[in-house]
Design a protein around this ligand. Structure first.
Ligand SMILES: [Zn+2]
Length: 1033
């Protein structure tokens, strides 16, 4: 049937709802497009030629399945029979195995035969005891190619097994994707068929799809849209659906259009790379991810067999490790394709971690564990950092990447910004120390594209730097829940490789792509500082127990490494527990995955994560005890443990610049001469209590609200009280666990319901404290002990909350007498400033930000810092410092944070700058309380393992070098933001010192002379240095 095509047809498509100019009578009666669409449908329905007699017998071997399954045994399958509800089972992440016996009819000789399987549960085909094909309806994978052309010699009868999981690509949420899993959800197998695949028809359909997209999307001003439309029209005329002999002529018509090339220079080049974003846990537990990896990756291998040009960028060493241990046969095939350069490990990290909350050392370990794994398994480290889907990127990341052999970075998450559109897609990203990495955001704003014309055109249109560089990346393949690329995606892009009017689309690799960018990078702009995501700011607070587990386990592994290293350095028989530490680190790193540490996961994941933390705590304390035993030997009394010693200046003195456990193992001698510095408490008649210790004084009312008085005077704003709790309504638009919206600030309600007034609990001396209780919201309670230690410059608020709220947000506020347009927040190995005002959209979009152990608001000569031991959400608006304490989202975990919580924060008014006042050291003291070990009466000489001459430098990490038992790695950073020279002294028996990178590879000219004062180190602001110290044996 011929179709009249006019300009107004296109016009009508693009301007729906408006009357076209000119004579509307000229519109054709039959739209070419709708005609084609119905034709498409007809062909699709016929695409699977089903066999009615030669059946696939399928049964489930599990005897415990519901009766419907039993009925399904021996069920004859055929086109006429809709095989639905043959098997239903619950959603508790079960697996069900099916045996499939196939018999291919001999008359299908020469045909392409597929086994088709459709279910809303994810499946995998096994053949000869190996996984061969993932089956995921939502990922458009419902068939396994049995043969591309059936030969007589091929087996016509065979047995397959299908492993079916009771979860879809996105878990098993009730109603909405992010709703908690539905325990009553049933999964259905709806189709299992043996079919002949009609590839000619399929190819023709892909041709038509591309032509139609060109016609619709290129716009009426573009000549090519008309050419595509006319070609499609002719194809419809030429093609007789019932007569396959007409197909080649029809395809010829399409080929003419696709082979008309672009001009020499003007077209943008798109580097398409297969990808499959698999969240290591999210709406499904870790265990399910292992299967998701296998399903997705085995499908990629099948595709590579048929498409030798296909490349696939694959991140997360942990997932490789899972497949290595659970699917060794598949892993061997992956190794082959890695060697061929098609299956390409990227990212360099253990998992795609959260980009904000892990400590600096954790981030180093993400790379160290990841890059070492890739080196070991594939003979090379990754040269691109790959983190397309996390909720913001720390300004310290560029330096850490560079230190781990990476100068290129790919993400796209900032396209999710709710307020501001990020101004670049290709640019240099500069961190707080000045390190730069070449960064690309695929302008299609997705890491799971489908190779459609629309996406290619969007990629070019969106690209904000296309005048500077003429290349963009496209990542294609179903993602998040896995899935990966499909044949269809590849076939679409083949037609767009160089077709006039469309961008050039080439299958590429991350290396080829970034190499081109590097060559064209001279005009690129630079973005300095953090890549802040203006969304998902609730993830700094959600699932407080995971946050606490992370902070605590980071500390535990730090302490174990220090103690074990010192024990080894002492000589003797102590063995560094390298493999156990590796295993514990990997658990911690896994929990830093970008839906686990942020708390945006289901309850099952939370349970697993907390178990991993418990394992780290358990094993960590055992390892620590062993190291202490070896270090202190007979000095020890029988029992040892960690006791809290009042933090004081004395704690820090000896090891200034290092964390308190590094080399300061014996408890400090409290100076007897300074008895005047004890803490004193007074009760007033009005119920208020004053606490002071000579450094700081605080006046607390019955509700624990305080004036703060540093030695010089009042630091709380007039008429205000510090330590004010406030509750906010917290109902985001959609992403419950993820988002806190700016409008929550309009619902602030101070917490005023007193349950138990303030009373003194410790009378003073070395420590004084007072406690009180409040009711929070409808049914939650909060009890707080406010503690002041002798000689300690900060007051601690040891807090317990029984939290039972729904969609509420609890914060504590400190309105301080400080005026500054910027507040300072600790980040990984440094700090940065963010505004305290909302002048511009970029400023107010940061109404809720993240910080690590401290935040500070200072004016010249004076300031107030708020420290914490396990919180990450914070804000500073005008003169109010707020620490975010607890949220209560209901999706995807309906029970999120409904629990008993314990946490401590502290407030520290100070003279001078926060650097000079020692805020950074105090935050370390709060987070790393001293270990004290009961000793026998034998005298022990005090000794210090390390000391530094500059207070600006922090010795963060002491560990044994990887693969070098005779060497110690120490990692230090400049914490004040200054250029300094410091001397590192150590009492360890070292014979050689050299600078190394974060992967512990010695740097060229990195040799450091050992001098009288120690090792001389020079730092630039926020620079991180790692040093290999080789021990004398
Ligand atoms: Zn993700």
């Amino acid at each position: 049937m011929a179709v009249v095509v006019t300009r107004s047809l296109l016009w009508r498509k693009e301007n729906r709802g408006k009357r076209p100019a000119g004579n509307s009578q000229s519109l054709p009666a039959i739209s070419f497009l709708s005609h084609t669409e119905s034709w498409l449908k007809h062909v699709w329905a016929d695409r699977w030629l089903c066999c009615t007699e030669h059946t696939a017998f399928v049964w489930c071997p599990r005897c415990s399945l519901p009766t419907e399954v039993q009925k399904a045994q021996g069920f004859s399958l055929g086109r006429s029979q809709q095989w639905v509800r043959c098997c239903v089972f619950s959603s508790r992440w079960e697996t069900c195995w099916f045996r499939v016996e196939l018999s291919i009819p001999p008359e299908w000789a020469g045909q392409e035969v597929h086994f088709v399987w459709e279910s809303d549960g994810e499946g995998m085909v096994w053949r000869d005891a190996q996984p061969v094909q993932g089956l995921t309806k939502e990922g458009e994978k419902t068939s396994y190619i049995l043969t591309s052309s059936l030969k007589e010699a091929e087996p016509h009868s065979l047995t397959l097994y299908v492993e079916l999981a009771c979860n879809g690509l996105f878990g098993a949420g009730k109603g909405s994707m992010i709703a908690p899993p539905d325990p009553d959800r049933r999964f259905t197998l709806s189709k299992a068929e043996l079919v002949v695949f009609n590839r000619d028809v399929y190819e023709l359909l892909v041709d038509l799809e591309i032509l139609l997209d060109m016609a619709q999307l290129l716009g009426e001003e573009n000549q090519r849209s008309f050419q595509a439309l006319y070609a499609a029209n002719q194809i419809v005329n030429v093609c007789d659906v019932k007569d396959p002999s007409t197909f080649p002529a029809a395809r010829e018509l399409a080929a003419v259009i696709f082979s008309q090339r672009n001009g020499e220079s003007h077209q943008h080049t798109i580097h398409a790379m297969g990808h499959c974003h698999i969240d290591s846990a999210w709406l499904w537990p870790y265990e399910e991810t292992i299967r998701k990896c296998a399903r997705s990756w085995v499908t990629v291998i099948r595709l590579m067999e048929h498409n030798p040009e296909l490349t696939f960028a694959c991140s997360q060493a942990q997932q490789f490790e899972w497949v290595r241990s659970w699917y060794p046969g598949l892993y061997a095939q992956i190794q082959d394709y890695v060697a061929k350069g098609q299956f390409i490990p990227v990212g360099g990290t253990w998992v795609e971690m959260d980009g904000n909350l892990p400590s600096g050392e954790s981030m180093v370990r993400q790379f160290l564990q990841g890059q070492r794994f890739f080196q070991e398994q594939f003979g090379q480290i990754c040269s691109e950092f790959w983190l397309p889907d996390t909720f913001g990127y720390s300004a310290q990341l560029p330096q850490l990447m560079c230190g781990c052999g990476i100068k290129r970075f790919l993400t796209q998450k900032l396209s999710w910004n709710l307020v501001n559109s990020f101004p670049h897609h290709t640019f240099f990203w500069e961190g707080i120390d000045g390190s730069q990495v070449l960064t690309h955001f695929p302008p299609g704003d997705s890491y799971g594209m489908h190779g459609r014309v629309e996406e290619m055109l969007k990629t070019v249109k969106n690209n904000k730097d296309k005048g500077r560089v003429n290349h963009s990346a496209v990542l294609f393949g179903f993602g998040d829940g896995g899935g990966g690329p499909t044949q269809n995606m590849l076939d679409r892009m083949k037609r767009m490789s160089d077709t006039d009017g469309l961008p050039r689309v080439q299958i590429s690799t991350p290396d080829r792509f970034f190499s081109v960018l590097e060559k064209e990078s001279s005009q690129l702009c630079t973005w300095v500082g953090e890549l802040f995501l203006e969304l998902h700011n609730g993830t700094y607070t959600t699932q407080a127990q995971i946050k606490k587990g992370n902070r605590e386990c980071e500390r535990i592994l730090h302490d174990v490494e220090v103690l074990c290293t010192l024990a080894v350095a002492q000589g003797g028989t102590f063995q560094y527990p390298a493999s156990q530490l590796q295993q514990l680190w990997r658990l911690l790193l896994l929990n830093q995955f970008h839906d686990v540490l942020p708390g945006s996961c289901i309850q099952l994941v939370v349970r697993d994560a907390l178990q991993y933390y418990a394992e780290i705590r358990r094993a960590g304390s055992r390892l620590q005890e062993e190291a202490v035993q070896s270090l202190c030997g007979e000095l020890l009394q029988l029992k040892s443990g960690r006791i809290e010693v009042p933090a004081s200046e004395a704690d820090w003195g000896e090891t200034r610049g290092s964390s308190s456990t590094a080399g300061n193992f014996t408890p400090p001698q409290l100076p007897k001469a300074r008895v005047c510095d004890i803490c004193v408490l007074f009760s007033q008649e009005d119920g208020s209590i004053t606490m002071e210790n000579g450094l700081i004084a605080v006046c607390l009312d019955a509700m624990g609200l305080s004036h703060l008085l540093p030695a010089s005077g009042e630091s709380v704003a007039d008429g205000c009280r510090a330590n004010q709790f406030a509750l906010f309504d917290d109902v985001p638009l959609y992403w419950d666990a993820w988002d806190v919206m700016d409008y929550h600030l309009e619902t602030r309600k101070p917490v005023t319901m007193l349950l138990k007034p303030l009373e003194i609990t410790l009378a003073g001396g070395l420590r004084g404290s007072a406690s009180f209780s409040l009711q929070v919201g409808e049914s939650s309670t909060l009890t707080q002990e406010i503690i002041l230690d002798a000689m300690c410059p900060y007051i601690r608020f040891k807090t317990q909350v029984d939290w039972k709220e729904s969609h509420k947000f609890l914060k504590v506020e400190f309105p301080v007498q400080v005026r500054s347009t910027n507040a300072t927040y600790e980040i990984q190995f440094g700090h940065l400033q963010r505004p305290t005002h909302w002048n511009t959209s970029w400023d107010w979009a940061r109404f809720e930000v993240w910080a690590h152990k401290w935040m500070d608001l200072s004016e010249h000569g004076f300031g107030v810092a708020v420290l914490n031991d396990c919180k990450y959400g914070a804000s500073a608006h005008r003169n109010v410092l707020s620490l975010s304490l607890l949220r209560a989202p209901k999706s995807p975990d309906a029970t999120a944070d409904i629990a008993h919580h314990q946490f401590t924060y502290a407030v520290m008014p100070h003279q001078g700058s926060f650097q000079d006042a020692g805020v950074i050291q105090c935050a370390y003291n709060l987070n790393f309380p001293l270990h004290a070990v009961p000793a026998s009466s034998m005298q022990c000489l005090a000794w210090s393992a390390f000391s530094l001459s500059s207070p600006a430098v922090v010795l963060e990490t002491v560990k044994q070098a990887e693969d070098r038992p005779e060497a110690v790695v120490v990692r230090l950073y400049e914490a004040h933001g200054s250029t300094v020279v410091t001397w590192l002294q150590t009492s360890l028996p070292i014979k050689e010192a050299m600078l190394c990178d974060l992967l512990e590879r010695p740097t060229a000219k990195g040799h450091l002379p050992l001098e009288q004062q120690g090792v001389r180190l020079s730092f630039k602001p926020f620079q991180v240095l790692s040093i290999l110290l080789v021990l004398r044996q």
